[in-house]
Design a protein around this ligand. Sequence first.
Ligand code: K7E
Ligand code: CUA
Length: 663
Amino acid sequence: MQVTIGKVLGLGGALLGATVAAAACENKAEQKPGAAQSGALGASQSLKQLMEARGLTEADVEAALKTYVPGGKHDEYMIFASGGHSGQVLVLGVPSMRLLKVIAVFAPEPWQGYGYGGESDKVLAGGDQNGKRIGWADVHHPNLSETKGDYDGKFLFVNDKANGRVAVIDLGDFNTKQIVANPLVGSDHGGAFVDPNTEYVIETSQYPVPLGRDYAPITEYKEKYRGVAMFWKFDREKGRIDPAQSFAVELPPYTQDLADAGKLVSDGWVFINSFNTEMAVGGTLEGKPPIESGASKNDMDYLHILDWRKAERLVKDGKATTIKGMRVLPMKVAADEGALALVGEPKSPHGCDVTPDGTGIVVGGKLDTHATVYEFSKIKSLIDQKKFEGKDEYGIPILAFKESIRGQVEIGLGPLHTVFDDKGFAYTSVFIESVVAKWSMKDLKVTEKLSVHYNIGHIMAAEGDTVSPDGKYVVAMNKMSMDRFTKVGPLFPQNFQLVDTTGEQMRILVDAPIGIGEPHYSQMIKIDKLAPHAAYKPGENPYTGKVDPHAVLSPKDARIVRNGTTVDVYMTVIRSHFVPDRIEVDEGDTVNLHMTSLESAEDQVHGFALNMYDVNVSLEPGKHENISFKADVPGVFPFFCTEFCSALHLEMAGYFLVKPKGG
Ligand code: K7E
Ligand code: CUA
């Protein structure tokens, strides 16, 4: 049933009518004379005219009213969305779906001065592999830190599926503080998930390789190639992952896909689905079937069930081996000790989502039309009784499928991911059908399908991964947009659609084209759980959280200190000058620039760019930066501020002079 505009507007209708009247005037030429005098609009005659002029239905206006957030008013929720291949994280407001920020994570980002000579270079270096800089990433799953299974608004973790890395973002300043590279595998997918108290950031591998990434011929796939579940220990005090306290559990060379941590009753467990349990390795040039057909032969693959607390104990008891500096619990040990089991799952599945109460695990069939709901208590009692149907060829016990499930939901073509609301409903993304399927967790029956545009991948719900989802909103993260927007060339924007789930029927409120991608997952947190600071402490180094030892807190302390061929420049930055503003060095000198912003006013940002040397940093209020480089190109190079900070911004400049050798 459509809500009439009169109802939507309620008492505010007359007021809104008056406001839009002015706007409507400008459109007079398009207004039809003698437009309807009465109807649902009541007093809002001019609103009706505006609707007609713009071709809007009442449903459109209702959606607009539910999502419009006037300037100066703030959104109710914040979305942290994967930026896909950009390697970054997108921050959007809900319900407006306005883009608020792009957090630089795995790839250099010029505006934030991320990766251009400053302290952030050290963070990016954390993701180097074999001493090589990896210049991009494929971010899939942002996950917020949790306390007792609830988002606490302190940290965000994301994985780089393409290169097997995990990043830590501090939501104090929305800055990436750490990147760790998985030493065992080169790709991941089941990550970066956290357990309900963020003891660990969990990252499971995708494509099996010999652990440690050493060479072994593909003919030895079954014997030598492996998957892995990484447990990156998170030190909340330091706000960093501690690799020395981290461990991994070896897994068979099935292609592990998505994972989720148990909560409440299932706390301490991790569930990981997989495909290609056929262990197909392709060989298209030799006339063998490609991996895609080899991997879809069987009707069932395996859900991995891992008791991580037990695995943690076994590692502490010295049962792990060490590969490339990482403690790895062999799967044989894990299986024999009852920490690892498998259960069938149809068919090349995707999505693996634990219900808010922790009792169920939902796996999307992808090539099967069902979502399967596993019952944790059944799984647990089968494991406790050692009641197994058999073992796989690696000796891992297999539970009987029928005895492990609560039931199956007939979803449709291509079920992928599932999220939950506060009323006992689940929402599954259905890729091939391009719909969101809403189903009841009581009777496992689909109650409604909503067409989305188009080919939905992930789906996300407000506070959806917590023990107490909010309901209200679901976001469909669609892979294709087709006709939804103006064409921008052959690479189309992907399309987030905000869905209102409060009514009797789901309704799309707004399309949000995402001009960077391909985004995968996202999470939505209530805005009042976040408390980012608006400035740094005077002289703070964002990467230590402390006043930097090289901080310069007054222009009086600005100086240039030469020590042999090393030149240290201690610099202050404030509207609208640098002190010092002339730096002269000799060709071949090592130059260390230490610069502190003396600003304290909110949003008073400067930048520092030095051409020729690829130096570019952002100096938010209070921030301290250290930049080091070798002055190996003689000449004269202006440096200047890159933010329009004041009327004299263009005058905020200086000279860096490099005297040629023998000059
Ligand atoms: Cu389904 Cu990487 Cu979570 Cu994309 S994955 S859609
Ligand atoms: Cu400082 Cu522009």
